[in-house]
Each structure stands twice: as structure tokens, then as C-alpha cells.
Design a binder for this molecule. Structure first.
Ligand code: HEM
Length: 495
């Protein structure tokens, strides 16, 4: 068989060739900016596909940090229909995301999270793709964290601002958290061995727009089937929350937010007048159990892992607890000011393995210039929290778990400066999260010694997964009761 390769200058060849040149020139122009200002440095993009092959597929934060070593504080990449800016300097992150918060306030809309799970909001008309191989926390589509900065988002943020403020957490949640921590200990005494495992809705998505139109039954479309199943689960969760809210009298509701708004809008016999209102209440209530808890859970896993790796730190924290609290009662928030070393352990846990290891990317709403570099509207900005935590500019021996760094006369950088995000998108649950982790950690250390399972090195084989939500790989450990009566309870429970 022979092929005829057209060499003549036919009108079709001229049109196709011309169009290709225009597209390539256009893509090249996108890299070289407005008014001659260059984009920030970054790996050289290929025509059409840009930096698709430079995008990491796992251990994202590590890859972002490597970009930092090569290109400095800012690394700029392009992938089809998306510009990405990786930020490896805390100063730059603060300038862009805090000081220019109004520009960098948006989120990227995602096919998996927003379209496949059924949200077709007018504000999400343009379906852009974060990158070709990306990991999404699915199930948050109707939740604040992935919402673009629209009215829905603004309303919910303003609710949460009051409901989760430091004062609200102290007055409304302290005793609830103390009770929950005690219940946790009771559950633990019934299980000498803690085998941890958790369910996290994370999926690797190959982002090609066309996939959303392909049928679910095709090979490779499993994630679409999963998305449909998860959507059902999320709706069930929302409905459960609503049923609970409706079933409780307003007086019994612990949440200041729900109390205030149910009173203000509907009175005791509240009626959810429309779907949006229903969604608002259930989203706020549901955010506690879906979007938020993975990060808190992950932080607790990192804490337990660190305690196994650093028995001397664990012992020092326990000595402090024993000195201040003794053995007759479990910790309460009133003990907090007297436990500075424990406070430092929690700070170090947040720093050592930032749960949301490269934040949640912000998206810019208009063109911007930073230190002479042009950052176009629609750029996805990734603050590399894990990179900040490992930067020797901010921390001495950054890979070592060392709470003492927070107790020096001039303490090292407080990780709360970056682990909870930035600007208008700053985590509204940061105060609640800190207190929840504190009371759980205090209670566990008061009640148990945490050791590696059968004292073998299995825990040491674990490693930190630097994905969207960073956690140690599963490991086994033992909670050995430190209190006599606890042991008795344990025996009774086991029998
Ligand atoms: C240790 C635990 C936690 C960590 C490390 C954490 C971290 C974060 C981070 C990095 C963001 C993105 C911020 C940004 O875009 O700049 C975020 C957003 C968010 N967090 Fe947390 N979080 C934690 C716990 C919680 C808790 C307990 C709640 C609720 C009770 C919560 C509710 C939210 C919400 C609703 C958002 C979305 C905010 C928005 O997009 O406007 N988080 N969190």
C-alpha cells in the first residue's frame, strides 16, 4: 500500500497551516504577557499542551517544593485552559492571598465536583480544569470550600464567621468537646488496639472535558459511577442532618448558628421554604462532618504517629499533664494555660504535617502584577503549605518533630500563619479545629501511652502522604492505659 503525502499548496492546507500558526502564536502570547511584563519563571511549556507533563501525579507538595528550589518563590505553569502559580514563599503568599485578598478570592470549578455531582449553577458556566492529572476531594461540591466567591459563599461565610468565632467556640463548644473527648477515651478503653482507618472521598481524575459526556458504563468511567453513588450518600447526609435539626427543639441545639438563624427566620416550628434554604442549613451543619473532619482527623493521625516516633516528646507532655492535672480527673479546657508544652506539641503537629498540604487553591478574578511579574486573571494559585513547613528560612531542622521550637524566647513561625489558608478563604473552622485537636490530644496523653504495635517497627514503615490531604500511611499502634481505673474499665469492657 502506498500513501500520497500532499505537498501542493491547496487552499485546505493553507487554511489548516495558517490556523495552526495562529493558535501557536496565541498560546505563546499568553506566556509573554501584558505590556511586556513577563510571567513568573517556570518550566518551558510545549505548544498546545503547555506544562501538562511537568504536573506531578502524586506527592504534590514535594513536587511544588522542587519547583521552588529551581525557580524561586513563584513558579508559573500553563496547561490547556488553565494557568497555575505555585507559591513557595510565605511572604509572597501573604502579599497575594492576604493583602490582595479581593483579587485572589475565587475557586476553580471542577467537573468532578461540580458537574458530575449535579451542580449546574449559572456562576459555574465555564468548566475549567485545574490540571490534567489532579486529585479532588469529591463530595464538597455544594460546600463552601469549592464554591466560587458568589452570594451563596458570602452568606455562608458570614454565618460561619459568627458561629465559629473564638468566643463562640469557647462558649458553645467547649463542654461538648470535653464530653466528646471523654467518650472517645471510653471507646478506646474498650479497644486496646487502635487500628486506624478512615474513609476519605478522594479520587484521581483525568480531566478531559469530554469525559463528562461519556456514559457511566464505559470502561474507565468508574469515577463517574462512584460520583453518582457519592452524590446519593451526600444527599442522604444532608437529609439526616436536616431531620436531626427538625427533630430537636431549638433550645436543645448546641450550635449558636442554627439557633440564631432558625429563630430569626422560622421560629420553633421551622419549615424549609425552598430548596436553597434547605441546602443552606444542611450545608452549614454538614460541613462539620464532611469537609472539615478529614483535616482534623488527619491532624490527629499525625499527632499519634509523631508520638510513636518521638517517645521523649510524649513522655515530656505526659509529665506536664500529670503535674498539672494528676490522675483523678481527665483534662478540661481550664487546664490549657497551664500546659504550655502540650500547646507546643499541637503547634508542632500542625507544622510537621500540614493536613491540607498545599492549601486549597485560590483563583484570581483579575489581572495582577507582582514584583514585575504578570499574573493573568483566572490563574490558579497554590500556596505550598508543606513547603513552608520544610523551609529552613522559617524553621531550624524543619523535618524534625520538635515542639521546643515554639517555646524559644523568640519562637519560630506559628504554623497557624499558613496551615489554615489565607485571605478571604481562611479556614473558618480554625479555632474549633485547634481546640478539638487540643482536647483529644490532652485526653489521650492523660489516659494512654501510645506505642508501636508489639513494640515492633511497623509504625516506622509508615510515611507521610503528601496529597491534597496529607496523612501518614496506615499503621498499627497500641494505647496502653496509664491509669489504674482505666485498666479496670478496659477489662470489664473486654469481658
Ligand atoms: C486541623 C484542621 C483543619 C485544617 C488544617 C483546615 C485547613 C483548611 C484550609 C487550608 C482551608 C482552605 C483555606 C484557603 O483556601 O486559603 C480550609 C477551608 C475551610 N475549612 Fe478548614 N481546616 C480544618 C478544620 C476545619 C473545621 C473543624 C471546619 C468547620 C467546622 C472547617 C471548615 C472549613 C471551611 C468551611 C472551609 C472553606 C472556606 C472557604 O472556601 O471560604 N475546617 N480549611
Amino acid at each position: 500500500m502506498s500513501y500520497h503525502i500532499p505537498t501542493s499548496l491547496t487552499p485546505t492546507n493553507v487554511i489548516v497551516g495558517g490556523a495552526t500558526i495562529i493558535v501557536l502564536l496565541f498560546l505563546d502570547r499568553r506566556r509573554t504577557s501584558r505590556g511586556g511584563q513577563p510571567h513568573p519563571p517556570g518550566p518551558r511549556p510545549l505548544p498546545i499542551i503547555g506544562n501538562m507533563f511537568d504536573m506531578p501525579q502524586s506527592k504534590f507538595s514535594l513536587a511544588w517544593s522542587k519547583f521552588g528550589e529551581q525557580y524561586g518563590p513563584l513558579t508559573y505553569l500553563t496547561i490547556p485552559s488553565q494557568n497555575v502559580l505555585v507559591v513557595n514563599s510565605l511572604e509572597a503568599a501573604k502579599e497575594l492571598l492576604d493583602n490582595r485578598a479581593l483579587i485572589y478570592v475565587d475557586r476553580s470549578s471542577c467537573t468532578m465536583a461540580n458537574e458530575l455531582l449535579g451542580k449546574r449553577s449559572a456562576s459555574l458556566t465555564s468548566i475549567r480544569f485545574l490540571c490534567s492529572h489532579w486529585v479532588l476531594v469529591v463530595g464538597l461540591s455544594n460546600y463552601l470550600v469549592l464554591s466560587p466567591a458568589n452570594d451563596f459563599w458570602r452568606k455562608q461565610r458570614s454565618h460561619l464567621k459568627h458561629a465559629l468565632s473564638g468566643a463562640a467556640v469557647r462558649s458553645d463548644y467547649s463542654s461538648l468537646l470535653e464530653t466528646k473527648a471523654r467518650q472517645y477515651l471510653e471507646r478506646c478503653v474498650a479497644l486496646t488496639i487502635l487500628l486506624y482507618g478512615y474513609r476519605l472521598l478522594v479520587i484521581k481524575v483525568h480531566h478531559q472535558p469530554i469525559v463528562q459526556y461519556l456514559p457511566k458504563w464505559l470502561p474507565g468511567m468508574k469515577f463517574k459511577r462512584d460520583a453518582a453513588r457519592w452524590e446519593k450518600e451526600i444527599r442522604e447526609l444532608e437529609d439526616t442532618v436536616l431531620t436531626l435539626v427538625k427533630a430537636n427543639s431549638v433550645r436543645e441545639l448546641r450550635s449558636r448558628l442554627l439557633r440564631a438563624h432558625i429563630h430569626a427566620r422560622t421560629g420553633m416550628n421551622m419549615v424549609f421554604k425552598n430548596r436553597l434554604m434547605k441546602r443552606n442549613y444542611s450545608t452549614i451543619a454538614g460541613s462539620r462532618s464532611s469537609s472539615a473532619s478529614p483535616a482534623t482527623e488527619t491532624t490527629m493521625q499525625s499527632f499519634i504517629y509523631a508520638m510513636i516516633l518521638c517517645p521523649s516528646v510524649q513522655k515530656k507532655a505526659q509529665d506536664e499533664i500529670d503535674r498539672v492535672i494528676g490522675s483523678t480527673r481527665s483534662p478540661t479546657f481550664e487546664d490549657q494555660p497551664d500546659l504550655p508544652f502540650l500547646h507546643a506539641v499541637i503547634l508542632e503537629t500542625l507544622r510537621w504535617n500540614p493536613a491540607v498540604s498545599f492549601g486549597v487553591p485560590h483563583v484570581s478574578r483579575k489581572d495582577d502584577v507582582y514584583e514585575g511579574y504578570f499574573i493573568p486573571k483566572g490563574t490558579t494559585v497554590i500556596p505550598n503549605a508543606w513547603g513552608f513547613s520544610r523551609n529552613s528560612k522559617y524553621y531550624t531542622n524543619p523535618s524534625i518533630f520538635d515542639p521546643e521550637r515554639h517555646l524559644k524566647e523568640s519562637p519560630e513561625l506559628d504554623p497557624r500563619e499558613f496551615v489554615f489558608g489565607f485571605g478571604r478563604r481562611l479556614c473558618p473552622g480554625k479555632e474549633l479545629a485547634f481546640q478539638e485537636v487540643w482536647i483529644l490530644a490532652a485526653s489521650i496523653l492523660w489516659a494512654f501511652e501510645i506505642v508501636s504495635w508489639r513494640l515492633c517497627a511497623s509504625a516506622l514503615r509508615a510515611e507521610l502522604i503528601l496529597d491534597v490531604v496529607s496523612h501518614p500511611t496506615p499503621f498499627e499502634c497500641q494505647f496502653v492505659p496509664r491509669r489504674e481505673r482505666l485498666k479496670d474499665k478496659l477489662e470489664v469492657a473486654t469481658n
